[in-house]
Design a protein around this ligand. Sequence first.
Ligand SMILES: Cc1cc2nc3c(=O)[nH]c(=O)nc-3n(C[C@H](O)[C@H](O)[C@H](O)COP(=O)(O)OP(=O)(O)OC[C@H]3O[C@@H](n4cnc5c(N)ncnc54)[C@H](O)[C@@H]3O)c2cc1C
Length: 489
Amino acid sequence: MSSEPRKAQVLIVGSGAGGAVTALELAERGFDVLVLEEGARHGLDAYGGSPTEAMGSLYRRRGMTPILGRTPIGYVEGRCMGGSTEINSGFWHRTPPEILLRWKAQYDLADSTPEELRPHFEWAEGHVKAALSGTPWPKSTEVLARGIEAMGWSSQEVPRAATGCVNTNACASGCPVGAKQGMTRSLIPAAEDAGARFQTDCRVESLWREQGRVMGVSASIGREDGSREVVRIEAEHVFICAGPTETPALLRRSGIKSRIGDSLRIHPMLKVVARFGENIDAEKSVLPLLQVKEFWPEISLGGAFFTAGHLAMGLSENWPTLRGKMKDHEKMASYYVAVRGTAKGSVRPSILDKESCTIRYEIGEEDLINLSKGLGRLATLLLAAGAKEVYPSVYGVPAIDNPVDAARWLDSRLNRSALSLTTVHAFSTCPIGERADRCAADSFGRVHQYANLYVNDASILPDSPGVNPQGSIMALARRNAIHFAENEG
Ligand SMILES: Cc1cc2nc3c(=O)[nH]c(=O)nc-3n(C[C@H](O)[C@H](O)[C@H](O)COP(=O)(O)OP(=O)(O)OC[C@H]3O[C@@H](n4cnc5c(N)ncnc54)[C@H](O)[C@@H]3O)c2cc1C
């Protein structure tokens, strides 16, 4: 243990979407801000590498985090300076008005009408340069548009935090040209200019509490010689922004448990590969830019990241019959069905070691029905767009090659144990709102029974936003940081 305690007025754990917003807003308002980030800081030269390299340097547990349940779900999140924003696709949504009304009705979330949140969205959109692509659509988007038109469904091109995207198709490995505005390209430099300090390779292990206050944290910091030092860092105010799984795990490890980690929500996602009669060259372009809104909020359809490696994974559920299709990879692209998960999962610190947590989520009956209907609709759309065959990531469902077979899934139920699901959208493990019986923290993120402890990341979303979450996280995080500065700082 270091004999010299370090100090900060505002200590922030995590430098992702929530942490970077909090750091910038509070540093600009004159607070002494220290951000502790478990991962490393990388330059652009480390971005855009192979999936294996990227998973080693930018992802938690090298990209292998299971969500346990009768249907296991593969989950990934970032563990690096900038958090998951460094490896995400940059799709940008404001929280839909219907969702905000639900959050008011179910959680009594204060000050969260579209009008009240507008300045925070505008601020965030300015910082990450959220905009439509402005360049001709890549082929994988064009065919999706063709299918949507054939079906007559409503859709939208989704703005992205990636102006200047040059189709490197490397979002998931970190954008090597710096077009994608992850936090290291946008808010973190601004926060540093405003005086915020960032300490990387620093994992916060627990909070240190005394009578309703958090006095500081214990953190393990990497030394240059490869060893680690455990230090205590004192703070007047502590914001936990460690992401939807690590925030509740850290709080629970520290003995703070009330409504923490009990209400994990996710958007379960089923991947589907389509083989067309023409070259799509999906590997040479950004992922498809359109989302089908017709069945939202329960079901969303859109485009997924594609490489030959991802294709092999997509076909692996039925590999003996589909392996020969790999040779046609230039004619293929990946798409997804995502549902607004209706079940509630949990996050608990692992009993085996202090670095892990156990994440559980049981796919609900409604989710299964929506995944099945979504598969029926997506397969129908892709066939209408000209696909010769559609391969869902479902064991025992090898290929769909005609619309009648596709439509069968509108009324049949996928077998829960045959599904291969993934998700990159997790939230709501520390919901905010005035309903003390449902929420871990008040409407502005102050944890119940603690005078100076806040959560301000994906954990705070009261419930699933039904759309890509980064915009919602950043807007609420800024609103909360300003509320803190004006009322409690
Ligand atoms: C592959 C992928 C694609 C995605 N695509 C999109 C998209 O297109 N659009 C969208 O809106 N959303 C997308 N998302 C989701 C979005 O990126 C996340 O919802 C968002 O970044 C979560 O913000 P956060 O602040 O809660 O956590 P993060 O951004 O993950 O940041 C948490 C940070 O805390 C650090 N940390 C954790 N524990 C500790 C600890 N104990 N001590 C110190 N530091 C710690 C982590 O290392 C991490 O850097 C995607 C996510 C992924 C993984």
